[in-house]
Design a protein around this ligand. Structure first.
Ligand code: 5RP
Length: 229
């Protein structure tokens, strides 16, 4: 089965899971990327009634508006019950690496503000150890040289993602050489402590609560509290 079909399958599973929780006053947090886009398309096809959504990127905002789903700024909502997003990697503790699409900072903010984070991935993203996917880090433009030097001292191999300016006007560094990330929470904190780092793509301090992993044979569901399929 193609990766795109697998992405559509986990999007379907997530929509089935959240449907009973939705009502006309729900504002959904929605992430960024091709899997999340399939989730948005599915909601539109099924004419799901929502009050609106909080988008984690300009690209997601545009797609939601194309489907006439009202987009709110995070500041305009009192609370978010649910956040749906993809990931580049997940381990069995539902700690993630995200940011392949460069939207990691807004994604981390919306995930943090949401009561439940539902992640959707195909099986290629389900890993024993995080860190094989180059870790995205958003940095303030003037700090890129300094942050890169600090990361090299930590054993990483940073590469500037050329031509990319984030929605926040910053730059992205992709860091190889950190595999395996044995202590995701402490590495997340350490990287965020480097002056000039806006945020990094490890989502361990606020991991997913539930993940739907699509493979050729089935969609497996893992919960953080139960950590089983
Ligand atoms: C964007 C992200 C995405 O969730 C991640 O890159 C997965 O993308 P896709 O669903 O296209 O595979 O973190 O910043």
């Amino acid at each position: 089965m193609s990766q795109n079909k697998l992405k559509a399958l986990c999007a379907r599973a997530a929509l089935d899971y959240i449907l009973p929780k939705l009502h006309g006053r729900t504002i959904l947090g929605i992430g960024t990327g091709s899997t999340t886009n399939l989730f948005i398309e599915l909601m539109a096809q099924e004419k799901i009634r929502l009050k609106g959504a909080v988008a984690s990127s300009i690209a997601t905002k545009k797609l939601l508006e194309k489907h006439e789903i009202k987009v709110f700024k995070l500041d305009e909502v009192d609370s978010l019950e649910l956040y749906i997003d993809g990931a580049d990697e997940s381990n069995s503790s539902l700690e993630l690496v995200k940011g392949g699409g460069g939207a990691l900072t807004q994604e981390k903010i919306v995930a943090a503000a949401s009561k439940e984070f539902v992640c959707i991935v195909d099986h290629t993203k389900w890993v024993s150890n995080l860190g094989e996917f180059p870790l995205p880090i958003e940095v303030i433009p003037t700090s890129i040289k300094y942050v890169s030097k600090e990361i090299k001292e930590m054993g990483g191999d940073p590469e500037h993602r050329k031509g990319v300016i984030t929605d926040n006007g910053n730059l992205i560094i992709d860091v190889k050489g950190l595999y395996p990330i044995s202590k995701p929470k402490s590495l997340e904190k350490d990287l965020n402590n480097i002056a000039g780092v806006v945020t990094n793509g490890i989502f361990a301090l606020r991991p997913a609560d539930k993940i739907f992993v699509a493979s050729n044979s089935e969609v497996s569901e893992y919960s953080r509290s139960l950590a089983s399929s």
